[in-house]
Design a protein around this ligand. Structure first.
Ligand SMILES: *Cc1c(COP(=O)(O)O)cnc(C)c1O
Length: 428
């Protein structure tokens, strides 16, 4: 991509271009943060209005059956299953990613330790998303296990041994955008007798995932990122059928009961994935999530996730190359993998001093990416990160060109030095 005309030509030839019309995007805004909060689908407001006014307002309690509210966790779950290589009836929508992680990791740990009580380690990566590590920490404490964190992905294979019960990884790293080889790591873990939980927060809806193809055990994922389900959308949880009915998750609420409406005092878990439900589904949020998932499924007749992935790679490749060539000498260093096979749907850079100010200056110009602070004590996460997400459903090649043009102007004009963009000390 050498100029804006070439970017426009790529958009004109893009078979997925019309999918952008599914969204309410503020005019003039270049939104490169759909990896953090997906935009509003056009269908959502009317759908939520209908659920509120008709289903709740007029249908009242009858809507649990008449409007199918009670089946929403499974019905939307079956749609998400199509995006991640899972079968129908294997995945449910419920709770948040953090809570689902707690549920599956507890069950997985029970399963692992029933087979091999001597395994007392939970292995993850230091650069994993903090909530995943916090949940793992608390599980380790409860189960008398030890949380072992690899400093880099290369250290993981050596940690897969007879001491390890569980490997908990996020498929695409939230900071670097680095993607694990799910099939290879799962196979290595299984060869060592280790079960694996994959967090698909930055994968589902952004790139093809094949849980069955990878022989995966457990997965969780997020509804409000690339699935466009809205702020705080419910998350999802998948357990391979070979494990789903075998162990209990600890949050034994009535929605996970074999017969929730029998109102018996004793808990009897539902036979399959339904036991991973806990309480009453948040119907209004589920309706919004359903609309978000439909925006991704709309790509199915156009080549589906494979076509979305091809466009995402073209977008991220073009952005990385343009920033490196046009912003050379300004201190930005690419941290996302150059190798397509290792890169998720985002591109991240470090800057030695001005990461926060650069992002703020870009936001002031209508280019929305985000900033993630580094942690000096954690080697792979030590640097501050400028993060740009490229959701292939609605980001265009001209957006890539224009975003880089803004970045060039901010850097060359030194605009980021403006005190408006200075990093404020966190108020605690
Ligand atoms: C976004 C994200 C979450 C979010 O968890 P919540 O419970 O929804 O707050 C969890 N894990 C990863 C890896 C994420 O990227």
């Amino acid at each position: 991509m050498k100029n804006r005309d070439q970017a426009a030509a790529l958009d004109a030839a893009d078979p997925l271009a019309a999918l952008r019309d599914q969204f309410e995007l503020p005019p003039g805004l270049i939104y490169l943060d759909g990896n953090s909060l997906g935009p509003l689908p056009r269908a959502t407001a009317a759908r939520v209005q209908q659920v509120v006014a008709d289903e709740w307002g007029r249908g009242l309690i009858g809507s649990w059956n008449d409007a199918g509210w009670i089946d929403l966790p499974q019905r939307i779950g079956d749609k998400i299953a199509r995006l991640v290589g899972a079968g129908p009836g294997e995945l449910v929508v419920a709770d948040s990613t953090s809570v689902n992680l707690y549920k599956v990791a507890s069950a997985a740990l029970q399963a692992a330790r029933a087979d091999a009580p001597g395994r007392t380690r939970i292995v993850s990566e230091r650069s994993n998303f903090p909530t995943d590590l916090y949940i793992a920490e608390s599980l380790a404490r409860q189960h008398g296990c030890e949380l072992v964190l690899a400093a880099t992905a290369d250290e993981l294979p050596a940690l897969l041994d007879g001491r390890t019960a569980l490997l908990m990884l996020t498929h695409v790293n939230y900071r670097s955008g680095r993607m694990h080889d799910m099939a290879a790591l799962t196979a290595a873990a299984h060869a060592a007798g280790v079960r694996v939980i994959w967090d698909l927060a930055h994968s589902a809806g952004a790139l093809p995932v094949d849980l069955h193809g990878a022989g995966a055990d457990y997965a969780v994922g997020c509804g409000y990122k690339f699935l466009n389900g809205g702020p705080g959308a419910p998350a999802f949880v998948w357990v391979h059928p070979r494990h789903a009915g075998r162990f209990r998750q600890p949050l034994s609420g009535w929605m996970g009961h074999a017969a929730p409406f029998a109102f018996t005092p004793g808990y009897e878990p539902a036979p399959g994935i339904a036991r991973y439900l806990c309480g009453t589904p948040p119907v209004i949020s589920m309706a919004a999530l359903d609309c978000g998932v439909d925006t991704v499924l709309a790509a199915e007749p156009l080549g589906g996730m494979a076509a979305l992935r091809a466009k995402s790679l073209a977008l991220t490749r073009a952005f990385a190359e343009l920033v490196e060539s046009r912003c050379a000498g300004h201190g930005l260093a690419l941290v996302s993998p150059r190798d397509d096979a290792r890169r998720g749907s985002q591109v991240c850079f470090t800057h030695p001093s001005a990461g926060y100010a650069l992002i703020q200056a870009l936001i002031a110009r209508g280019v929305v990416g985000d900033f993630r602070a580094g942690d000096p004590s954690h080697a792979p996460s030590a640097a501050d990160i400028l993060r740009f997400g490229f959701a292939p459903l609605y980001v265009r090649f001209v957006d890539v060109w224009d975003a880089v043009e803004h970045l060039v102007q901010v850097l060359q004009g030194g605009q980021w030095r403006d005190e408006r963009f200075a990093r404020r000390a966190a108020v605690t």
